[in-house]
Design a protein. Structure first.
Length: 107
């Protein structure tokens, strides 16, 4: 089994499945009303959230800047990534990781 990241229009899920079709089936069973936007096979068998990318120092809180961008974008991930890039000057890859990680923490 592999670990898959499944993004729908309303959720980001992490699930174990034999293949992409299995991950999509899990999503349809759990959230039949959601439209699947993206399915990605994770390269490792664990889900890792980088504290450094979130701006967490020790026992701090999630990245306030990323949360602000998510708020200003009304939860639209792509728009939040663009805002984060504008506000911080980071590249697309890092901005995407910061925003998605903050979303997974329950923004």
């Amino acid at each position: 089994m592999a670990l898959f990241e499944i993004e729908t229009d309303a959720h980001i899920m992490i699930a174990w499945a034999d293949d992409q079709a299995g991950a999509e089936a899990i999503t349809r069973r759990s959230y039949p009303e959601d439209h699947i936007k993206r399915v990605a096979k994770r390269p490792h068998d664990v889900w890792v959230i980088s504290k450094r990318l979130l701006g967490i120092e020790g026992t701090g809180e999630p990245c306030d800047k990323a949360r602000d961008c998510l708020s200003r974008s009304s939860g639209d991930k792509v728009h939040a990534i663009r805002l984060y890039m504008q506000d911080t000057g980071t590249d697309l890859h890092e901005a995407q990781r910061v925003i998605e990680t903050n979303m997974s923490l329950g923004w």
